[in-house]
Design a protein around this ligand. Structure first.
Ligand code: PLP
Length: 220
């Protein structure tokens, strides 16, 4: 297995305007560095502890994406360096990110996670909740965050129709909310699609995919 080859193959199979976040959770530094040496810079982790450890050890020009659920009490560990937080699911969390970002004199870009899967285990808010947050008065006061788009995870199933309809729903939500852009809301990113479903996601309008096992091999 060659990370360099996998990455090159994947990149050549997707349109240039689709951004690729290489998901490195559980993977050793050597494999991440292989992707880095080939020029890749956007990497994603789903746990704060693993993210901060890898940030410390690896080259500082890596753009680190937090793609997993984030607890409010852990925002402080990533606020100084995180590039994009994908799975924001409440206004309370946005307020905490804003507070920590302010301490580092940064504006942190965030995506609102919309729950599109039928499974209970998936985090996220409804499209209505996201709409309320985007137009809310208290959001406009949070000058150290920017809502840059939406993120979602489809049901883990081989039924392509289910996956497609969930991605289409997210895309239509994205389109519906886009007119409400304001000083700290600029919906440009639609983060959907993983190793098993990124092709469908792109067909449904994704412009950021999060792919791990297809690049780095299966996780244990
Ligand atoms: C693990 C993970 C991915 C990547 O999964 P693969 O199936 O390995 O591509 C994408 N998004 C999130 C939120 C993840 O936790």
């Amino acid at each position: 297995m060659s990370v360099t080859l996998n990455l090159a193959n994947l990149k050549s199979s997707i349109a240039e305007d689709v951004e690729l976040v290489a998901v490195t959770k559980t993977k050793p530094d050597e494999l991440i560095l292989e992707a880095y040496e080939s020029g890749h810079r956007d990497f994603g982790e789903n746990k704060v502890q693993e993210l901060t450890a890898k940030f410390e050890r690896l080259p500082k020009d890596i753009k680190w994406h937090l793609i997993g659920h984030l607890q409010r009490n852990k925002v402080k560990y990533i606020a100084s360096f995180v590039h994009l937080i994908h799975a924001v699911d409440s206004l309370k969390l946005l307020k905490e990110i804003n507070k920590q970002a302010e301490k580092h004199d940064r504006v942190i870009s965030c995506l609102l996670q919309i729950k599109i899967a039928k499974e209970d285990s998936k985090f996220g808010m409804t499209a209505e909740e996201a709409g309320h947050i985007i137009v809310s008065e208290s959001l406009s006061e949070l000058s150290n965050i920017k809502i840059a788009g939406l993120m979602g995870m489809a049901t883990f199933t081989s039924d392509e129709k289910v996956v497609r309809s969930e991605f289409e729903y997210l895309r239509s939500t994205f389109k519906k909310l886009q007119p409400y852009n304001s000083t700290n809301v600029d919906l440009k990113i639609l983060s959907m699609g993983m190793s098993g479903d990124y092709e469908i996601a792109i067909e449904c309008g994704s412009n950021m995919i999060r792919v791990g096992s297809k690049i780095f091999g299966e996780r244990q």
